[in-house]
Design a binder for this molecule. Structure first.
Ligand SMILES: Cc1cc2nc3c(=O)[nH]c(=O)nc-3n(C[C@H](O)[C@H](O)[C@H](O)COP(=O)(O)OP(=O)(O)OC[C@H]3O[C@@H](n4cnc5c(N)ncnc54)[C@H](O)[C@@H]3O)c2cc1C
Length: 347
C-alpha cells in the first residue's frame, strides 16, 4: 500500500521491539530494569498481539501467579506493569526493513517510511504480522493504497469522499460511525443484515441509517472499475439485482490473518519460518538481534507466554552488555533492590 507519510529524521533509541504481543510487552519491563529504553512497533492498532486480537475474552489459566486472566486482562496488566518505563508505541505500522549501519547500529524502516536507529533489536513478532484479508475482487491490488484501504491511517483521506465500507464486525461499524460525519456519502455494505460488532455500535449505525446519513446495503461486491489506481465504481450484487455504486474510497474489513511477512527478508537464519536462537541470550544468527516468544525456536521450545517471559529476562541481560558495555551486570531482586524500585517508581 502506498498511503505512506514518511516522517523526518530517524528515531534514535537503545532498542526497538518488533511486535507488541505479550512477549514484546514484557521485554519492555526486563529491558527497563536495566536502563534500556525501548520503542515498540506493531502492525495492529492496539497492543497485546494474539491475546488482544484473537482471544481477548478467553481465559488463560497458565500464567504464573494468575489463576485465571483473559487475553485482554493480561494485556492490560502488562501495560500497567511496563508503565514506569515510558516505552513509545508505534501502532498500525509494520517493520518492513532491518539492516545494519556502518556504525554498528541497526536501521529499521516501517511501511509508512518511519526510520529507527538503535543498538539492539528484539524480534517479538509471534506468528508474524497480522495482515488484512483481501476481498476476492479481480484487480483490487491496483487500487490498494490509493482508493482501497484496509485501515484508516488518516481520517482526512476520507473527507468529502464517497466511501464504501464493507464488513459486519467492529472495525466496519466503528469506521462507519467515525467517517459518516466527514464523508460526502457513506455506504456500509454487509452480506447479511446481522452484525457481529458491539450492540451499541450497531444501534448507533442503525440510527444514522434512519436519519439518512448512512446507506446500509445488503449485498456483495463483484467487480471494481476505475483507472490509474482511482476507483470510480463498485458493482454490487444484491437480492434485487446488480447495482453500480459510484464511490472513490473503499474500506474492506474482512478480518486478519497471520503471515510471517517481512521477517523472512532480513537475512536471518530461519528454520521452518521460525528464528533459531541460543538459549543463553536468545540471540539470532545476527549479533545484537534477539528473538523472543512464538517467533523463535530452540530445542524444547514451547510456544507458551510464560516461555517468552523467561526468554525476555535472559535477552535483556545480554542486551545490556551491548547497550551499556561499561556497566557491570548485577543480579538484583525487585523485592530488595532500592535502585530497581526507584526505576519502578515505587520508592
Ligand atoms: C486461541 C488461543 C489461545 C491461546 N491460549 C494460550 C494459553 O492459554 N496459554 C499460553 O501460554 N498461550 C496461549 N496461546 C498462545 C499465545 O497467545 C502466544 O504464545 C503468545 O501470544 C505469543 O506472544 P508473542 O508476543 O510472541 O507474539 P504475538 O502475540 O503473536 O504478537 C506478535 C505481534 O507482532 C506483530 N508483528 C509481527 N511482525 C511484525 C512486523 N514486521 N511489524 C510490526 N509488527 C509485527 C504482530 O502484529 C503481533 O501483534 C493461545 C493462542 C491462541 C491463538
Amino acid at each position: 500500500m502506498n498511503d505512506k507519510t514518511p516522517s523526518g529524521s530517524p528515531v534514535e533509541t537503545d532498542c526497538v521491539i518488533i511486535g507488541a504481543g505479550p512477549c514484546g510487552l514484557f521485554s519492555v519491563f526486563e529491558l527497563g530494569l536495566l536502563d534500556i529504553k525501548a520503542h515498540l512497533i506493531d502492525i495492529l492498532d492496539k497492543p497485546g498481539g494474539q491475546c488482544a486480537e484473537l482471544y481477548p475474552e478467553k481465559p488463560i489459566y497458565d500464567i504464573p501467579g494468575l489463576p485465571v486472566v483473559t487475553g485482554q486482562g493480561l494485556t492490560d496488566a502488562l501495560m500497567a506493569q511496563i508503565k514506569p518505563f515510558g516505552a513509545t508505541f508505534h501502532l498500525g505500522e509494520r517493520v518492513d526493513a532491518l539492516g545494519r549501519e556502518p556504525d554498528g547500529r541497526f536501521r529499521l524502516t516501517t511501511d509508512i517510511g518511519k526510520q529507527f536507529l538503535c543498538k539492539v533489536v528484539v524480534i517479538a513478532a509471534g506468528g508474524g504480522s497480522f495482515t488484512p484479508k483481501r476481498p476476492p475482487l479481480e484487480g483490487i491490488e491496483a487500487f490498494e493504497g490509493t482508493s482501497v484501504f484496509y485501515a484508516v491511517r488518516r481520517m482526512e483521506d476520507f473527507r468529502g469522499r464517497d466511501v464504501l465500507i464493507v464488513g459486519g464486525g467492529d472495525s466496519a461499524l466503528d469506521w462507519t460511525l467515525n467517517l459518516a460525519p466527514i464523508a460526502k456519502s457513506l455506504t456500509l455494505m454487509h452480506r447479511r443484515d446481522e452484525f457481529r460488532g458491539a450492540p451499541h455500535s450497531v444501534e448507533q449505525m442503525r440510527g444514522l441509517v434512519a436519519q439518512g446519513k448512512v446507506r446500509l446495503l445488503i449485498g456483495q461486491a463483484t467487480a471494481l472499475s476505475g483507472s490509474n489506481g482511482q476507483l470510480e465504481a463498485v458493482t454490487v450484487k444484491t437480492k434485487s439485482g446488480d447495482e453500480r455504486l459510484s464511490i472513490d474510497r473503499m474500506l474492506p474489513f474482512f478480518g486478519l490473518t497471520m503471515k510471517l511477512g517481512p521477517v523472512a527478508d532480513w537475512g536471518l537464519n530461519l528454520n521452518e519460518n521460525l528464528i533459531p536462537v541460543d538459549t543463553e541470550k536468545f540471540e539470532t544468527s545476527e549479533p545484537g538481534i534477539f528473538a523472543v516468544g512464538d517467533i523463535n525456536t530452540y530445542p524444547g521450545k514451547l510456544k507458551l507466554i510464560l516461555s517468552g517471559f523467561h526468554e525476555a529476562a535472559l535477552m535483556a541481560q545480554a542486551a545490556q552488555r551491548i547497550v551499556h558495555p561499561d556497566k557491570k551486570v548485577l543480579f538484583q531482586y525487585t523485592t530488595s533492590s532500592s535502585s530497581l524500585q526507584k526505576k519502578l517508581g515505587v520508592r
